[in-house]
Design a protein around this ligand. Sequence first.
Ligand code: DQA
Length: 146
Amino acid sequence: ANLLLLHGPNLNLLGTREPQIYGATTLAQIDSDALAQCAAAGHQLETLQSNSEAELIGRIQAAAGKVDFIVINPAAFTHTSVALRDALAAVGIPFVEVHLSNPHAREEFRRHSYFSDLARGVVCGFGALSYTLAIQAAIQHIEQPQ
Ligand code: DQA
């Protein structure tokens, strides 16, 4: 199957960005671990990080009919982007929402997500492990949809 891992704004800075909140793991490390995890299960993975809402929307639109499952950390767009939410709803591809930090344990404005009610599930608060858990859930969903 084909999986797509999307990372929103500022996640290119992982490793140096507020490491006390987001950890020391770089985005390159997260992506290479995710690629290995998917390959080990016999699946394909493409990854994209963008600081641009338009680029993320374009990638989601292009995934229609080609991608079986999306894992997305919308980053700050989690709390702001109806447009990104609408793109996921439009293509109808099942997705998991992932966060490194636990947004519920932070500022009030991070408690609302435009994605959670559409997501198959949400994984947050475990740093880079959040991605591993989200991809494991995606693979399980692909292999045994329920
Ligand atoms: C984040 C949480 C968001 O609130 C924040 O804007 C991010 C990263 C996370 O992975 O913990 O950029 O999505």
